[in-house]
Ligand binder design. Structure first.
Ligand code: OSB
Ligand code: MG
Length: 371
């Protein structure tokens, strides 16, 4: 069933986080995200651009995403015959980088395609390996280790299956030692967001004694080779995040043994088509994957839930309940985690939730329609 996109409605929304989120590259207090609505014959598909407010996680940010979608991705896609959502990434392939901006549009078309077929997004992408996804939490760097222990206590009480803690030089070995002392049996991992170099190998080796599930992206955001050098000297498995932007990168990392696990983020790799390719490359190489997060609103979060139903998403990811992020979700219902630390899929067409349009309008700070 062929369709075409008649118009693309872009919005920028402002959503304050319930608590700031601190990584090795800084604090985020409030999200400014770009939402994409693609319209075909009166039916809307929705996507979220996962770029941050500043170009600190990768090179993209809210404003760059807006410009890329408006001037490059949108005009390429409008009024073209689309046989399937699989075709969409190709229209923007000539654009270098800016995968989050491209991905925000691409995932919206997948949602539209699923809605036009009357099937859930998880089914449309070929997922459905599990009816509920295992859910973990990503904890920002806290003001004190005591605060961290309290937050972990709460997340475990809520049922979450694994704890990821952000680390940076000076807030690593001793923090993790304390966490392990209090919680010897939990599934625990650390995410460095590129805060180290090979000169820190001794400090990173000191983490081996805490039997972490993995350490995520310890080295540079664009490095694969040094991660291979580091992995050869660590017992802790390395998980790659920032440096895997494509299935080709995943192949290279696997060939070099730069890590043993990959965190797949829809935006970082440019949408569902590439995310599925990364998934498949990893599955063929026996590399487990899990779904990362970028502090998404309910729209991006629901897309992540669909993604994590693909078979090789066997590890608990960073996709957790809405209320950990927002006082009020932009959906008519929150995305909730069960007491077992899972998030259930549902059988509604598309991404599975309704948008609270009056609320969305009230938090929209910029709007533009491309025809
Ligand atoms: O590295 O996984 C990361 C948030 C913003 C930027 C990068 C990362 C993160 C997270 C949070 O870890 C995941 C989430 O709770 O959405
Ligand atoms: Mg990460």
């Amino acid at each position: 069933m062929s369709f075409q996109i008649d118009e693309i409605r872009l919005r920028q929304v402002a959503m304050p986080l319930v608590k700031f989120f601190e990584t090795s590259f800084g604090r985020t207090y409030s999200r400014d995200m770009v939402l994409v609505e693609v319209v075909s014959n009166g039916v809307s598909g929705w996507g979220e651009v996962t770029a941050g407010e500043n170009p600190f996680y990768n090179e993209e940010w809210t404003e760059s995403a807006w410009q890329i979608v408006k001037h490059y991705v949108g005009p390429q896609l409008l009024n073209k015959p689309i046989e399937s959502a699989e075709d969409v990434a190709a229209y923007a392939k000539h654009i270098r980088g800016h995968r989050m901006a491209r991905g925000g549009v691409e995932v919206a078309v997948w949602d539209l395609d699923a809605k036009l077929q009357g099937i859930p997004l998880w089914q449309r992408i070929g997922g459905g390996a599990r009816p509920e996804i295992p859910s973990g939490v990503s904890l920002g760097i806290q003001d004190s280790v005591d605060d961290l222990l309290k937050v972990i206590e709460k997340e475990l009480a809520d049922g979450y299956q694994r704890i990821k803690m952000k680390i940076k030089p000076g807030r690593d070995v001793e923090d993790i030692r304390e966490v392990r002392r209090h919680f010897p049996g939990i599934k625990l991992m650390a995410d460095a967001n590129s805060a180290y170099t090979l000169a820190d190998v001794d400090r990173l080796r000191a983490l081996d004694e805490f039997y972490l599930m993995m350490i995520e992206q310890p080295l540079a955001h664009d490095d694969i080779i040094d991660h291979a050098v580091l992995q050869a000297q660590l017992q802790t498995p390395i998980c790659l995040d920032e440096c895997i932007r494509s299935a080709h990168h995943a192949e290279q990392a696997i060939r070099l043994q730069a890590g043993q696990i990959i965190n797949i983020k829809l935006g970082r790799v440019g949408g569902f088509l590439e995310a599925k390719k990364v998934h498949d490359v990893c599955q063929a190489a026996n590399i487990p994957v899990w779904c990362g997060g970028m502090l998404e609103s309910g729209i991006g979060r629901a897309h992540n839930v669909a993604l994590a139903t693909l078979p090789n998403f066997t590890l608990p990811g960073d996709v957790s309940g809405s209320k950990r992020y927002w006082k009020r979700e932009l959906l008519t219902e929150e995305i909730v985690a069960t007491p077992n630390g899972t998030i259930k899929t549902n059988d509604r067409p598309g991404f599975g939730y309704d948008i609270d349009m009056p609320f969305l309008d009230s938090i929209t700070v910029r709007q533009e329609t491309i025809r």
